[in-house]
Design a protein around this ligand. Structure first.
Ligand SMILES: *[C@@H]1O[C@H](CO)[C@@H](O)[C@H](O)[C@H]1NC(C)=O
Ligand SMILES: *[C@@H]1O[C@H](CO)[C@@H](O)[C@H](O)[C@H]1NC(C)=O
Length: 469
């Protein structure tokens, strides 16, 4: 495994424990458990990664920030599910939740039978199997109860902050909050527009398996979310909670093939480029794309803009690809100053580059963690899901970003002048510099937390000790 030291103190794993990752088949989830696989492998524990063939392939192809050859240590298991529909996203839908992926989500529940066989097989060869299942894959791993030497740990792919407040509201706000947390609740964006009813039903159908889980894992760090980890421990007191993030590598970011956008970043000055990307599930309407383009142009700042349509359920199926409308002559006019990328971008590499000084982001939890750990402040433009609440954590609590679009105005177009102002504020103002400095400091503290003796490292060690006991 390149770019990574093994944790020698644990030596060879005596107990022959095997870990099985059960990701939910959407990029933000696949990626986090793949990053976690790398962390667990460093303790010489075999790691299995079980999903559909397509989604295993997608996860591997898009690994970023570390050497993909090291993935050869992970045992991928391609499990079969029935064919499913893969409609295109609808960029004009008022609700930005990627509901076009629902047929895939539904179909993924058919992983239950092949998963049960796989778990049985693996359990016969190990003293214990540790299943780390995405919180949305509860029903898929339910047959674990028939395996005496198996345990399951639930991975929550969102921030402890968002998870806590979602649960707290669902529980009728029963827990009395301390005065500090109480202040936050008045800023909490409403859940309306975050999900679809169909997806809410899907979540309900998965979290009912709660009792089977032996503990919770989070891609977060107590340095940034200690208060919300404490609150999670309060409302789910019978469970163990481990904050073992960041899952993404923090140092020696890079892979074998260097993308040409990095060559360009090499040539420009430090902190001069804003990286603009809205993740893998956002489909923007033409009108909005146009406003964004004009805003970026008028800001006169340097940028890398990833302009892709949302993933389909199967990213390897070619279909009619939507041609996004950018204003005529735009790319010519911003030449040398701005880059539009229409394919997959090496996000961690871009964020870790010294020339990158800001990130305009939808605030998916992956992107938030990656950005903060790289010391890059965020211009927050939430689209759906956990993103509106993450925005509050990023901008109001951690103060490592600014708001581009407030959730209360979710149905409005973000105008070019709003984009221009936000970009200038983050990239070319004293206030922006202060925010950037704060982010760099916080990134440094998070980096420390995964070093020997740091909080996240201690929790990861404690999790490993627990599962290999
Ligand atoms: C997904 O499954 C639910 C529950 O079975 C069903 O009501 C819904 O129509 C399904 N949606 C799609 C898009 O397949
Ligand atoms: C998997 O995840 C869910 C969380 O939704 C959890 O309730 C469940 O206990 C976990 N494990 C099993 C075996 O279902």
């Amino acid at each position: 495994m390149a770019n990574q030291q093994k944790h020698q103190n644990h030596g060879l794993n005596k107990t022959k424990v095997a870990v099985v990752m059960v990701p939910f088949p959407a990029q933000g989830h696949l990626n986090q458990l793949l990053h976690l696989s790398r962390l667990i492998l460093a303790y010489n524990i075999p790691v299995h990664y079980a999903c559909t063939a397509t989604h295993n392939r997608q996860a591997m192809l898009r690994v970023h920030g570390w050497d993909p050859n090291s993935v050869s240590d992970i045992h991928f298991h391609d499990l079969k599910i029935p064919p499913f529909l893969t409609p295109s996203p609808n960029p004009n839908a008022p609700n930005k939740f990627p509901s076009h992926l629902q047929p895939l989500f539904n179909a993924s529940l058919h992983l239950r039978d092949p998963m049960a066989s796989l778990l049985h097989e693996l359990s016969s060869k190990a003293t214990r199997i540790i299943v780390i299942n995405d919180s949305l894959m509860g029903s898929v791993v339910q047959d674990l109860v028939t395996i005496p030497n198996a345990e399951s740990y639930t991975f929550h792919s969102i921030s402890a902050f968002t998870l806590f407040f979602n649960l707290w509201e669902a529980m009728g706000k029963a827990l009395e909050l301390d005065p500090y947390s109480k202040i936050i609740t008045k800023d909490l964006p409403i859940l309306e527009g975050c999900l679809t009813t169909e997806f809410m039903n899907f979540i309900d159908s998965q979290v009912n398996f709660q009792k089977l889980s032996s503990g919770y894992l989070y891609n977060t760090c107590r340095v940034i979310e200690g208060a919300y980890m404490d609150l999670m421990e309060k409302i789910e007191g019978d469970k163990k909670h481990w904050a073992i993030g960041p899952f993404n590598p923090v140092r020696n970011i890079g892979s074998n093939k260097r993308h040409n956008c990095l060559e360009w970043l090499d040539k420009v000055s430090p902190n001069s480029v804003i990286y603009v990307s809205f993740g893998t599930t956002t489909a923007m309407e033409d009108e909005q794309i146009k406003e964004l383009a004009i805003g970026l142009e008028k800001s006169e700042q340097k940028f890398i803009w990833v302009l892709r349509d949302a993933d389909k359920g199967d990213v390897f199926i070619n279909g009619e690809l939507r041609k996004a409308e950018i204003p005529k002559g735009f790319e010519e006019r911003v030449k040398g100053r701005g880059m539009v990328m229409k394919d997959w971008a090496p996000q961690l590499e871009i964020l870790s580059h010294p020339s990158t000084g800001g990130f305009m982001s939808h605030c998916g939890w992956n992107s938030c963690m990656e950005s903060i750990t790289m010391g890059v402040p965020i211009a927050a433009w939430p689209m759906a899901s956990d993103q509106p609440r993450n925005t509050v954590l990023i901008t109001k609590l951690l103060k490592v970003g600014i708001v581009v679009k407030d959730w209360s105005r979710r149905n409005e177009l973000v105008t070019s002048s709003t984009v221009e102002k936000a970009v200038k504020l983050l990239m070319a103002s004293e206030e922006g510099d202060e925010i950037r400095k704060r982010t760099v400091d916080l990134g440094g503290a998070i980096g420390q937390s995964i070093e020997e003796g740091g909080v996240s490292r201690m929790e990861l060690d404690s999790f490993i000790t627990h599962i290999t006991r």
